[in-house]
Write a new protein. Structure first.
Length: 279
């Protein structure tokens, strides 16, 4: 190779045409990138319903109207789970949602507060069906003397079985009414307490009674939460703000058919104007 040719070769390296096989490889690579980009955009706009449950127990509607609205009987809850599976829904966790491991049939089952009902009624029902869920726990109410809430060891047990644990603050206070160190303590101490029990990072939070403001969101992000859920009605999308995702409240007296109908309406873009604030 002459010095002149060598100089031209390195002086103008991109002016030479690529051999045909390399041209084809470049085209395939470009097409692959386009497909990946399209897939990512598609995943970001998939509507994912997040169902909200509180009590799974029998409550007399006349004796406790407020409790009844937040309650689903164990029998009806089982029917709803079966109906969701028969309709083709596949449960995912908040972690999987954030990772984009979702499709058109994805759904998140969420449970607020950390009541003993979850361990006694929900956990066995989910396990029998191989379903996933997230429970948002009020960390300061674990091991309560009245026995309304789960014990610490039960939280550890369900987490080891695959249930995702999220925070519902330390005391279930209205986060809009506190600021600074108090706000940080409610969000951070809850996360630390739960992480010790589950041996893993807690990445999600449910704002008590759906109350939050800009300070709440800034603090939630500051202390390490990656996903937050509200009581606003709607379906979640990856393209939305991850700290203000809407949910679908399941109320007492609703049938499995009612729940499926509500999901489809909201996925189609309708609003559930009758949905009250959660607990």
């Amino acid at each position: 190779m002459s010095l002149a040719y060598s100089f031209l070769l390195f002086r103008n390296p991109m002016r030479r045409a690529l051999p045909a096989p390399l041209q084809e490889t470049g085209t395939v690579f470009s097409d692959t990138l386009n497909k990946i980009s399209t897939t990512v955009k598609g995943v970001r706009t998939i509507p994912v319903p997040i169902l909200t449950y509180h009590y799974i127990r029998e409550i007399n509607a006349k004796q406790d109207p407020a409790g009844y609205r937040l309650s689903v009987s164990p029998v009806e809850f089982a029917r709803q789970l079966d109906a969701l599976q028969q309709a083709g829904f596949k449960t995912v966790t908040p972690r999987e949602f954030l990772a984009g491991k979702i499709d058109d049939q994805s759904i998140i089952l969420s449970f607020d507060d950390g009541y003993r009902d979850f361990y006694e009624q929900v956990f066995p029902a989910l396990t029998r069906r191989g379903l996933k869920a997230v429970i948002f726990v009020i960390s300061g109410l674990l091991d309560d003397q009245e026995g309304r809430y789960m014990r610490s060891e039960q939280v550890t047990e369900i987490a080891r079985a695959g249930i995702e644990i999220g925070s519902h603050s330390v005391t279930h206070t209205n986060l809009e009414t506190i600021e600074g160190a108090d706000l940080q303590a409610e969000l951070l101490e809850s996360r630390f307490t739960l992480e010790k029990l589950v041996g893993d990072r807690v990445v999600s939070v449910a704002y008590p009674s759906g109350r939050y403001d800009d300070d709440t969101l800034r603090m939630a992000e500051f202390v390490g939460y990656r996903l937050g859920v509200t009581t606003e009605s709607g379906v979640a999308r990856l393209a939305d703000s991850h700290l203000t995702l809407p949910r679908i409240n399941v109320r007492g007296g609703e049938s499995a058919e009612d729940v499926l109908r509500k999901i489809e309406l909201l996925k189609a873009g309708a609003t559930d104007s009758s949905s009250p604030s959660g607990e």
